[in-house]
Design a protein around this ligand. Structure first.
Ligand code: AHR
Length: 672
């Protein structure tokens, strides 16, 4: 039975923060005259910090996967988009009706039904060709080798392909050649590589067909030679490196709403994303038409980045894999299509089979597929999410059924369940109560709110039940006020409010075991949702101030939280100051995080208790800007980055000025 709920606007769409006062985020009357005495007591711990604490959220939104981290630069390479020639232009002096026929063999090849049949007669270069425009153009790098490949069949005479890379002015910036030899009814693959002679941010690929005869063409592919780890058909190295540099504790994939689908038929189905790439059936991307004002009619999922590649990515960057699966409920902001309880079996089986795919012996069906794809060793899957942003009694009923089955068969796999799309309110409360009653392992909370909300809620988890389910802050981001045009900005106001809020996450690491900012990536010419952690164009990645805030937490996560207080109270906004402290027991390092969210400098004195500190110097890392609206511009080297310095340590009355609107990390070595 289908159910519909009217989409409510989350508060970030309507909330704004007044900047009328002179301070950045709050309007404090305090001044430098006041000195804040902060007591760090290493003998008082609030509990362990899990290695998973700071992770990443990956979704194919904003051209995150196709057109983004998946390095394929040909758009619609197998002619399966709803408009089969989208992304392609047919050209040439001898182009005529019938030169190209688009054929659909849905019966014979249900996963990849369409291909292009070309007839050529005495064609020379310039007579008959195809141009691919790439995803918002193709990013081409000077001197880099590019790998072209194509599938073809039913060719009676050999023909050749002349490949030309062009920049946006039409200048040829690289060319290659490929001969296709006569072949029978079976599909063959041919490939070649050639170097680009210049850089283009928005290039295109021209393919001239030269010779006589007829041929079927499919899977026209073009990859840069500098993919991550040099894997053929792999991922964009700069984007993966940006993730690796975060040293994330986990990677959640494949979303987000993309898990659910507008309808059940377009939900993410992991089994359709594994095995040979050409056999992975295309699906529309739900962000194709989610927002009318940001429509992306050319946004589809090829699944070249599928579940095997997600697991491999997790392994590469040292992150625990966290797949999220459909629970049999399509997006409740859209169709809200619902699988009846007694028809849930295939969905549960998908979850069970996924555990086998990730962890199973190579003799098992799904373990054997993993091995055949090049990874006989298990991926060590330890957790899995059931549904994304689903809600209502229907969700609780489905979680109950899933959990009973999965726990009976795989008690070792922790289950993540959703508290819905909102941070509070009736819907949130009902889910929170219901999920606690079901004694789930994790509750996944989402909040996209104003910077002001983040500042006011740094104590959100101070009173959460330590005995109940653990919390996964699975999607959060501070959303500054809307711009007259363009995306919501990743400005310093937003990033600093997240840094402040994160002191509260860290202080409560005993109950909050995983956190991830969302969304992760956005293409400057292809975004639907903003702000985002990392902006990219066709050539490079540009980390935001928010990225560096995440990184400062992740690289300084420690192993246990300890107390830092002023006047016997945790600092969570008094006089706009925020603080948390951890010990890294492996590195013997005390790490203190301090946020001054006020527009004036603050004087503090630190007193360190409960540790033997003999080192003379600590590392001090600051991020600050007097401009709340400061951003790291796309296309330029980032300006708002952490600044490192050495400072002399004092264990008592260590005077320190926290600059206006700043985030500071202190790394203080101690003796075991
Ligand atoms: O992160 C963008 C979207 O926000 C996610 O897909 C969804 O889970 C949430 O509503």
């Amino acid at each position: 039975m289908a159910r519909k709920i009217k989409r409510q606007l989350p508060s970030y769409f309507i909330a704004g923060v007044s900047l009328a006062c002179t301070t950045m985020l709050t309007c404090s009357t305090a001044s430098l005259a006041q000195v804040h005495a902060l007591q760090v007591d290493a003998s008082r711990s609030n509990g362990a910090v899990q290695p998973t604490m700071w992770g990443i959220f990956f979704e194919d939104i904003n051209l995150g996967a196709d057109g983004g981290i998946y390095a394929e630069v040909v758009k619609n390479r197998s002619f399966e988009f709803i408009k089969p020639l989208m992304g392609w232009d047919l050209n040439g002096k001898k182009l005529k009706e019938g030169s190209f026929l688009l054929i659909n063999e849905a019966k014979e090849r249900p996963n990849n039904p369409r291909f292009l049949q070309v007839s050529l007669s005495d064609a020379a270069a310039g007579d008959l060709g195809l141009v691919n425009e790439g995803f918002r153009g193709m990013g081409i790098k000077k001197d880099l080798a590019y790998d072209f490949s194509i599938q073809y069949r039913r060719l009676t005479n050999p023909i050749s392909l002349l490949l030309q890379l062009k920049n946006s002015s039409g200048k040829i910036i690289g060319s290659g050649q490929l001969t296709l030899n006569a072949t029978g009814d079976d599909w063959q693959q041919a490939s070649t590589s050639f170097r680009a002679t210049d850089t283009a941010a928005s290039g295109q690929l021209q393919i001239w067909l030269v010779g006589n005869g007829q041929v079927d063409l499919d899977q026209v592919s073009f990859f840069p030679g500098d993919t991550w780890k040099g894997r053929k058909g792999g991922l964009r190295a700069d984007m993966v490196q940006a993730l690796a540099d975060l040293k994330p504790g986990f990677i959640r994939f494949p979303g987000g709403c993309i898990v659910e689908g507008h309808e059940l038929s377009t939900r993410y189905q992991w089994k359709k994303t594994v095995g040979p790439v050409a056999n992975r059936p295309l699906s529309i991307n739900r962000w194709n038409n989610e927002f009318a004002e940001r429509a992306a009619p050319d946004y589809f999922q090829t699944f070249g980045l599928g579940f095997f590649e997600y697991f491999q990515l997790a392994e590469d960057i040292g992150a625990e894999p966290l797949p999220i699966l459909s629970c049999g409920m399509a997006c409740q902001f859209n169709s809200a299509e619902l699988v009846p309880l007694d028809e849930l079996e295939p969905y549960i089986q998908d979850a069970i089979d996924l555990i086998e795919f990730a962890n199973g012996d190579t003799q098992t069906k799904w373990g054997a597929l993993r091995a055949s794809m090049g990874h006989p060793a298990p991926f060590n899957l330890k957790m899995m999410g059931i549904g994304n942003e689903n809600w209502g009694p229907q969700y609780l009923e489905r979680v109950k059924v899933f959990a009973a089955r999965l726990k009976a068969q795989h008690p070792e796999v922790k289950l993540i369940t959703s508290a819905g799309p909102f941070s509070s309110g009736e819907m949130f409360d009902t889910l929170d109560k219901g999920l606690r009653a079901l004694q789930v392992d994790f509750i996944d909370e989402h909040y996209y709110m104003s910077p002001d909300w983040f500042l006011r809620h740094a104590n959100r988890y101070d009173h959460y039940d330590r005995q109940g389910p653990k919390i996964f802050a699975g999607e959060y981001a501070a959303h500054p006020p809307k711009q007259p045009q363009g995306p919501l900005r990743n400005n310093w106001q937003a990033a600093l409010s997240e840094a402040a809020f994160m002191t509260g996450l860290e202080r409560n690491a005993a109950v909050v075991e995983m956190c991830s900012y969302a969304p992760l990536f956005a293409h400057i010419d292809g975004w639907q949702w903003s702000p985002d952690l990392i902006w990219v164009d066709n050539l490079n990645s540009y980390p935001t101030p928010n990225y560096y805030v995440q990184q400062l937490y992740s690289l300084n996560k420690g192993t246990k939280t300890i107390s830092i207080e002023e006047g016997g109270k945790a600092l969570s906004g008094q006089d706009s100051l925020y603080a948390s402290a951890v010990l890294d027991e492996k590195q013997s390092m005390l790490i203190i995080k301090l946020v001054n969210a006020d527009g004036v400098d603050k004087k503090t004195v630190l007193n360190l208790k409960g540790l033997r500190i003999k080192a003379k110097e600590a590392e001090r890392i600051d991020m600050k800007s007097t401009d709340p609206l400061a951003v790291n511009a796309v296309g330029a080297a980032p300006k708002l980055i952490p600044q490192k310095a050495s400072v002399a340590i004092k264990t008592s009355n260590w005077a320190m000025v926290l600059p206006a609107n700043s985030f500071t990390v202190l790394r203080i070595p101690y003796q075991k």
